[in-house]
Design a protein around this ligand. Structure first.
Ligand code: FES
Ligand code: FES
Length: 141
């Protein structure tokens, strides 16, 4: 119930009140889905971003994480941080920044790495889909 005191208040907050838990339709052409796992512990994180077609910015994000408290907190922070940014901008989000924000201890660094990887995977998926959409338009012309 109560987490050990080595956890920073931000972790406990994001663990108890995770932001943006949920799923978007992965077949939505404006949704990018990143699914990543940590082989060492078996934890899995799914992070999704919703792209505004016109501006190309991320207008919404959500996650589902089957993992430890630090992984849940990291994905919650990640969904907060990506909103309102461009896909290029969010590629610069480093796991070390998330870990610092949550004051994760060194043994929990890989949990924040899952979040960085999930953002990158979601962007890659969204870009691939947008690429396809552009191709389709070119073909149509
Ligand atoms: Fe939530 Fe900073 S405490 S993103
Ligand atoms: Fe593996 Fe946290 S212990 S993601």
């Amino acid at each position: 119930q109560t987490l050990p005191r080595l956890y920073h208040q931000n972790v406990i907050d994001h663990y108890n009140n995770p932001r943006n838990v949920g799923s978007f339709d992965k077949n939505d052409p404006n949704v990018g889905t990143g699914l990543v796992g940590a082989p060492a512990c078996g934890d899995v994180m799914k992070l999704q971003i919703k792209i505004d077609e016109e501006s190309g910015k991320i207008v919404d994000a959500c996650f589902k994480t089957f993992g430890c408290g630090s992984a849940i907190a990291s994905s919650s922070v990640a969904t907060e941080w990506v909103k309102g940014k461009s896909m290029d901008e969010v590629l610069t989000i480093k796991n070390t920044e998330i870990a610092k924000h949550l004051s994760l201890p060194p043994v929990k660094l890989h949990c924040s790495m899952l979040a960085e990887d999930a953002i990158k995977a979601a962007v890659k998926d969204a870009e691939a889909k947008r690429g396809k959409i552009n191709d389709a338009i070119i073909i149509a012309i």
